[in-house]
Design a protein around this ligand. Structure first.
Ligand code: NAP
Length: 293
């Protein structure tokens, strides 16, 4: 028997989640603060609930996908809603912090609900496809019991741990990698403009060098995990040549009046490590200067 599903929040992502469930044949009830955004889903077979409480009463599993955890709390903790959650499985797919997930998980438990927290690492067009990635954390049993439901949302749905904050934490870690690349892209574009290089040329050369960067990031993660900070025969590059090349970038940015807010931050990290005697250590040694070891 397929469980019945409710989706609270049918913005861009929530609508994609509801569409994937309907496509996979789940009886799906939807609710959205702005009713008009949920209405198109009825043409696909969804039932539109007039209130949050009615949406919760309609199903065994309640997926929440609103803008933040404050919005989730405003919906679920309303006096007429909270008592209806006993015995339900809440799946919180709103983006948030690990602490937000832990707090919401604890709150759900005191109201007799099971809770799984999730982070969606995909845009709406990936939802319901084999390439859709959603990380889930929290109690294992409701995940295992409903794995088929989760698979309907994306081919790469993974339960990554029982600690409810884990999915949000890993989401932020992966977003840090993404923004590193995107802000790096902004710097690269600014350098090309300052030196009259067509950005199309940058795009072509990035395509060729991206695998090198990917390899460096993978090596950094591997070496940091193993605590191999001293240079050794497998070191790809120590801090010293990195810092030398970094000076050229800084000089070029200075000459081209390019914003150095971000690279000054890089410089601060390099400088702390070098001042502590790590100039000839592996680049991974910098990870010791980022906070919690
Ligand atoms: P969106 O299109 O702006 O939709 C936001 C949704 O939240 C709407 O349904 C909105 O209702 C609802 N909402 C906001 N505040 C509310 C409140 N106080 N009470 C009730 N409902 C409220 O955003 P989205 O792209 O779908 O994103 C939704 C979540 O998915 C976010 O946490 C986002 O970080 C996450 N996510 C999105 C993507 C993506 O590519 N879009 C990727 C990964 C994760 P109204 O329609 O009434 O305004």
């Amino acid at each position: 028997m397929k469980p019945s599903m409710s989706v609270l929040g049918t913005g861009r992502m929530g609508s994609a989640l509801a569409r994937a469930l309907l496509q996979a044949g789940y009886r799906t009830t939807v609710w959205n603060r702005t009713r008009e955004k949920a209405e198109p889903l009825t043409a696909l077979g969804a039932t539109l609930a007039p209130t949050v409480r009615q949406a919760i009463d309609a199903s065994e599993i309640v997926i929440v996908n609103v803008s933040d955890y404050a919005a989730t709390a405003a919906l679920l903790r309303a006096n007429d809603v909270a008592p209806g959650l006993a015995g339900k499985l809440i799946v919180e797919l709103t983006s948030g912090t690990p602490e937000g997930a832990r707090e919401t998980s604890g709150w759900a438990a005191t109201h007799g609900a099971q809770y799984i927290d999730g982070a969606i690492l995909a845009t709406p067009d990936f939802i319901g496809t084999d390439a859709g990635t959603i990380l889930l954390s929290g109690a294992l049993e409701p995940f295992t019991a409903n794995e088929t439901v989760f698979r309907a949302l994306g081919g790469n749905v993974q339960h990554i741990g029982t600690e409810p904050g884990r999915a949000n934490a890993l989401d932020s870690a992966l977003l840090a990698l993404m923004w590193g690349a995107l802000f790096g892209g902004l710097h690269a574009i600014a350098v090309c403009r300052a030196e009259d290089i067509d950005v199309g040329e940058l795009g072509r050369q990035w395509k060729a060098t991206a695998p090198v960067v990917e390899g460096l990031v993978a090596d950094l993660i591997k070496r940091t995990g193993a605590g191999r900070f001293a240079s050794d025969a497998e070191t790809l590059s120590s801090i010293s040549p990195h810092y030398g090349a970094f000076q050229h970038l800084k000089d070029l940015m200075e000459a081209g009046s390019i914003d150095r807010t971000v690279v000054d931050g890089y410089d601060a990290i390099f400088s702390r490590a070098i001042a502590s005697g790590h100039l000839h250590d592996d680049f991974a040694a910098l990870s010791q200067f980022m906070g919690k070891a």
